[in-house]
Design a protein around this ligand. Structure first.
Ligand SMILES: CC(C)(COP(=O)(O)OP(=O)(O)OC[C@H]1O[C@@H](n2cnc3c(N)ncnc32)[C@H](O)[C@@H]1OP(=O)(O)O)[C@@H](O)C(=O)NCCC(=O)NCCS
Length: 222
């Protein structure tokens, strides 16, 4: 792989991950604002502090709501710091793509989709600590090209290519709010195996989902 191709791929991955990060930030803020716990605690405090001491309701409510809002902001910042590593563009493969994938060709694979000399999609497989199980990752399609079958085409190519590797199953992890990926992987025969807490700072919480697929034959669904 030429150096300029690697640069194009890295730029593509960095951009898609940055877009995903911005989108996820919005999703998580929405979840925080729709979480009933901060509102419940505020109401409870307003009743228990305001009523017995006969304090002005508006002033007490204002103070309590501001305090809860501030505490939520601090907690959210801690939570976001913990969870946003999902979108980090660091990775042992990204420092030198061709070296990483070529040095273990029996277990690693990296495919790209191109259009007009632009990278519009990527997918990769690498080994896990469990013999016979490969990890699917770097599954990205350019936002302007989604829902056009490009992800499915990459997946289909990968299922063909992976037959020459030493895997009987593939697994991957994604986060619970990534509904498009969850739907996409389910369409390609991956089944949910395990849900674990990935990041938690009260009242925010995010689960990671482990998906797995047994490899038997070439996919023909798409
Ligand atoms: C997930 C992703 C790779 C799918 O690529 P794509 O090229 O858009 O997928 P396809 O067009 O082949 O879609 C195949 C099927 O997946 C499902 N799907 C894809 N995007 C979806 C979405 N936004 N919402 C719901 N279902 C979706 C649908 O079932 C779709 O079939 P349909 O279009 O006939 O309904 C792409 O959305 C993406 O890059 N997302 C951001 C990166 C990411 O989350 N990667 C996974 C990290 S673990």
């Amino acid at each position: 792989m030429k150096r300029e191709d690697e640069t194009k791929i890295l730029q593509f991955i960095t951009k898609v991950q940055a877009d995903m990060k911005t989108e996820e930030h919005g999703k998580q803020l929405k979840l925080l604002f729709s979480n009933p716990i901060p509102y419940g605690v505020s109401i409870l405090l307003i009743i228990t502090i305001g009523l017995p001491f006969d304090l002005p309701v508006v002033a007490v409510s204002g103070c309590i709501l501001m305090t809860i809002f501030f505490l939520c902001k601090v907690q959210f910042q801690k939570f976001w710091k913990e969870m946003s590593i999902i979108f980090s563009s660091n990775g042992e493969d990204l420092t030198n793509l061709s070296k990483f994938y070529l040095e273990n060709e029996k277990k690693r694979l990296f495919l790209i989709a191109e259009y007009n000399n632009h990278v519009i999609g990527t997918i990769a497989v690498r080994e896990t600590e469990r013999e016979g199980t490969g990890k699917l990752w770097r599954m990205f399609v350019d936002p302007s090209c989604r829902r056009m079958g490009i992800g499915s085409k990459l997946m289909k190519e990968l299922f063909c290519a992976v037959q020459h590797l030493e895997y009987s199953s593939l697994e991957l992890r994604t986060h619970e709010t990534n509904t498009m990926a969850i739907e996409f992987y389910s369409r390609h025969g991956f089944r949910e195996r395990k849900k674990t807490v990935f990041a938690e700072v009260f009242p925010c919480k995010l689960h990671a989902i482990l998906f797995q697929k047994q490899l038997k034959q070439v996919e023909t669904g798409f």
